[in-house]
Design a protein around this ligand. Structure first.
Ligand code: GDP
Length: 472
């Protein structure tokens, strides 16, 4: 992921913006020793419209604003933090106007990261438009920094987030493309290791008593169990490793997640947070449901189960739904229940998660030892789709066909998509290049493209993403 650092003198609202960008996602806080003082840098995954990036809050670097200059105090930090950052958002206080410390921050950034051209934002701008103060005055001052036109935002109210998105988008998308190109040229990028033969990280989740442990034990008894986590994964996040049909599988530990029943002790919020984090580290999430409970409740998923499933696809994970305990429905009322469940569950899942068509559903009985192979086969199929890469040539042959097959907005007014390219896998992510200054693809058109891509390349059942990029 591209990384964006938030810089600015103290109290301009870096943390407020950080919090807004990461929303409820967890932030990772780590310490950086800096001249005998430990300072915190917060890091999180930001979502801004369709952009996802790593965001770093440098607020912790300035805890001693009264002594020494920012330049001095942050100097030692540069190697660590700036080396991992490609972009910056430079905050200034819209109401206070340009402050001498702002100039210092600008100098610092120029000196230590000359390749970064920050997006300057006037924060706390919600008050600029009430007639008492003028935006153009504040903007003129901000231009003195030499980083171009500022945009007005309010981290507190969310005002200006679309403008921030527009300001960051072109360079972030370019960066993603660059990473892809360098990879195609054989340069490796640590974060973008792409090989469907790499260990598959699997999470098996579900409410208590749905049969997760039974399924898991079957896997661990039947398959070759490997010992010790490999580099890059900590012991506490991987519960077990085994080999299935020549492939290494890491079982991601998600204990604590969805385990909040009345009779069970409520796990600490910390362990829930940790298991949520682990969950989203999984490549494929197998959500286990209980067939008998489905019949009793008259619906496929409880609220908590829907939340997990949605979150999994929103985070771009592969999702496999496992309906367990099917043996309990056999023979009941002339077998009609069995069939009913098999029919209704996929339909209901489609209704509650319309973003992804054809989420695979496996019906099984873990206790009869039947679950292991079909579940693992589906997990692997989903994983392979999730890792797929389509060449630009193939995509563009496809694009021409799709464009001629349908007229989207009536004759002659089709959006001009110049070409489509896949910028990353895991999950497959595409960029559609259109000509013009403004985005032309409506949400419906993006959905149509997504649907066609999935149908024509067999990518159903996994989340895929399409972004539009305008080329003037
Ligand atoms: P977990 O809490 O999700 O790990 O659930 P367990 O694997 O501990 O299973 C809960 C109970 O359901 C146990 O008594 C299992 O024997 C039983 N169970 C698990 N899978 C099945 C199944 O496919 N059919 C039936 N009838 N019972 C099952």
């Amino acid at each position: 992921l591209p990384a964006v650092i938030l810089v600015g003198r103290p109290n301009v609202g870096k943390s407020a913006l950080f919090n807004r960008l990461i929303r409820r996602r967890e932030a990772l806080v780590y310490n950086t020793p800096d001249d005998h003082v430990t300072r915190d840098i917060r890091e999180g995954i930001a979502k801004l419209g369709d952009l996802r990036f790593k965001v770093l809050d440098s607020a912790g670097l300035e805890t001693e604003a009264t002594s020494g200059s920012i330049l001095q105090r942050t100097a030692t930090m540069t190697a660590n933090v700036l080396a991992r950052t490609q972009f910056a958002v430079f905050l200034i206080d819209a109401r206070a106007g340009l402050h001498p410390l702002d100039l210092e921050v600008g100098k610092w950034l120029r000196k230590n990261a000359p390749e970064i051209k920050p997006v300057v934002v006037l924060n706390k701008a919600e008050l600029l438009f009430d007639g008492t103060e003028s935006f153009s005055e504040a903007a003129d001052e901000a231009r003195i920094l030499g980083f171009g036109d500022p945009i007005a935002i309010s981290a507190e109210t969310g005002f200006g987030m679309t403008a921030l998105h527009e300001a960051l988008r072109p360079s972030i998308e370019d960066y993603v493309l660059q990473v892809l190109n360098s990879k195609q040229c054989g340069e490796s990028s640590l974060e973008e290791v792409d090989d469907s033969k790499l260990p598959l990280q699997l999470a098996i989740v579900g409410r208590p008593n749905v049969g997760k442990s039974t399924l898991l034990n079957a896997l661990l008894q039947e398959e070759r169990v490997l010992v010790g986590p490999e580099a890059g994964l900590t012991r506490d996040s991987v519960r077990a490793q085994f080999e299935f049909q020549g492939r290494t599988i890491y079982l991601v530990d998600t204990a604590g997640w969805l385990h909040r029943t009345k009779d069970e002790k409520r796990p600490s919020s910390l362990s829930i947070m940790q298991s949520k984090k682990n969950l989203m580290r999984a490549h494929v999430i197998a959500l286990v449901l209980d067939a008998e409970q489905i019949v009793q409740a008259g619906r496929s998923m409880t609220h908590a189960e829907v939340v997990i499933a949605r979150r999994a696809v929103e985070e771009g994970r592969g999702l496999v739904v496992v309906v367990n305990k099917m043996d309990l429905l056999k023979g009941k009322r002339a077998g009609s229940l069995y069939e009913k469940v098999m029919e209704s569950v996929p339909m209901e899942i489609q209704t509650v998660i319309p973003q992804v068509t054809g989420i695979p559903v496996i019906f099984t009985s873990a206790i009869e030892g039947k679950g292991r192979i079909p579940v693992m086969r589906q997990v692997i199929e989903t994983y392979e789709k999730w890792c797929s890469r389509l060449s630009t040539a193939r995509l563009n042959r496809w694009l021409r066909k799709v464009m001629s097959r349908h007229s989207w907005r009536g004759e002659g007014s089709q959006p001009k998509i110049k070409y489509v390219t896949q910028v990353k896998a895991r999950p497959p992510t595409f960029v559609a290049f259109t000509s013009g200054k403004k985005h032309q693809l409506s949400e419906a058109e993006i959905r149509f493209l997504t649907r066609s891509l999935k149908e024509d390349f067999g990518l159903d059942g996994i989340p895929i993403r399409i972004m539009e990029r305008c080329v003037p």
